[in-house]
Design a protein. Structure first.
Length: 110
């Protein structure tokens, strides 16, 4: 898994390339926590190149959403791959994470 980030005025973007599984999830969780602890609570997770999202990855996303909401923030997903969409649908999490077709739309919604 590779993580790249960039900050915009309205939001922070975390791009995930590859697999989010039990081996790589701690790195993903750490990056989310870094942003939340720095009070960057409007987070877009770009997942168009995410090949796999395990239950550990889902838990990391849920924990991040729970952490930012009381601070007035939100975690949204940008263009998730079909595999990620399937996981979200299977876990009935589609209503918890707004999904946008592109990053610009996701940033604009925050």
């Amino acid at each position: 898994m590779e993580i790249s980030t960039r900050d915009h005025k309205r939001a922070s973007v975390i791009r995930i390339t590859g697999r989010v599984d039990s081996n790589t999830c701690p790195q993903f969780e750490q990056k989310l926590k870094e942003y939340i602890n720095a009070n960057r609570v409007h987070i877009v997770v770009e997942m168009d190149k995410t090949d796999f999202l395990s239950s550990a990855g889902v838990r990391a996303l849920i924990s991040a959403q729970k952490a930012v909401r009381p601070k007035g923030g939100q975690v949204v997903l940008s263009n998730p791959s079909e595999k990620v969409r399937d996981v979200l649908k299977l876990a009935a999490l589609e209503s918890l994470f707004p999904v946008y077709d592109d990053t610009e739309s996701a940033i604009g919604a925050l």
